[in-house]
Design a protein around this ligand. Structure first.
Ligand SMILES: [Cu+2]
Length: 117
């Protein structure tokens, strides 16, 4: 198999970089700024501690005051979705927990594991 002509490679590189959003275009500068607030691309998993504050209807989610999450966000209260109802069935407001969750591209946070401390 002969090598591909080298003259084509720079063009391919530009296409790849453009598809990754690495080539800036003035018209979409604001979009780039917004994305810069998201620390990682693609699903990312984090482990942290927190205090259970409240639950959503039918325990579809749990609001947890979490500690600083390195590389993700500072301490705050936010919602996390269990993967199954049994994951958070025995939790109550005020419980201290340690948990691992996955942050997905669509802004959801799914609990992978959670346990009282
Ligand atoms: Cu948060």
């Amino acid at each position: 198999m002969p090598d591909r002509p080298r003259s084509r490679r720079p063009w391919t590189f530009v296409l790849v970089m453009a598809s990754l959003g690495a080539v800036s275009v003035p018209g979409i500068a604001a979009g780039h700024d917004a994305r810069a607030l998201v620390p990682t691309a693609g699903p990312a998993r984090y482990t942290t501690r927190g205090v259970v504050k409240s639950f959503g209807p039918e325990r579809k989610y749990v609001n947890i005051a979490h500690e600083d999450i390195d590389g993700y966000m500072m301490a705050m209260t936010m919602s996390f979705e269990p993967r199954s109802a049994s994951q958070i069935a025995d939790l109550a407001p005020g419980d201290k927990v340690r948990f691992t969750f996955t942050a997905t591209d669509d802004g959801r946070r799914r609990i992978d594991a959670i346990a009282k401390e």
